[in-house]
Design a binder for this molecule. Sequence first.
Ligand code: SAH
Length: 213
Amino acid sequence: MEDSIKFQGLRRHLVKLLKSKGIDSKSVLKAVGNVPRQHFMDPSLINFSYEDQAYPIISNQTISQPFTVAFQTQLLEIEIGNKILEIGTGSGYQTAILLELSPDIYTIERQQKLFKKTQNLFKCLGLRPKKTIFGDGILGLPNDAPFDRILVTAGASKVPKTLLSQLKMGGKLVVPVGLKDQEMLRFTRVAEKEFNKESFGKFRFVPLLNNKN
Ligand code: SAH
């Protein structure tokens, strides 16, 4: 897949914009600068690839806003060798950003059509997450747990306890929680049953679906 001079220029502008909006992690900015977002967009919206906006993709879902992707990735504070679980593969854009920072990525998507499409896209782009899973991310991945980092890219109505239990000691869960809009939360596991909770402002995500919907 191609990456034109025009898109490369637009991407440099996007990186500058994210910096001006407060993203200061060098590795996150570098990752955004390296990943061609146009590959993950709906083809009809390709000209908007470098707007700092969320856009519709198939299965009634969205590709997240670049600022949100960068913000959540920065909150994860990824370290070399981290084993990372992403809930909500969606377009695969966030997965591609995570792959810039660690090769050990597991990702789960609940919409089958979207799951298949994105799995194909990863193949076309030569991107190799450790596992791409079709299923309910709220359950996490008990057989692959524990994880150093867990990222939820859809709005949870309440804190997903199962995911907390799948964190390593010192591990971090970044999850937007709320009904109409969501508070960005980061939990750090400080002891077997003790988590340090921090809050980072309001965002708006598509809902994290549970088993009933
Ligand atoms: N990271 C994605 C964001 C997509 S929006 C991107 O950058 O494009 C959130 C995604 O979470 C949607 O694709 C939605 O289908 C998925 N999702 C919702 N509930 C889920 C669940 N319980 N388990 C796994 N994925 C879920």
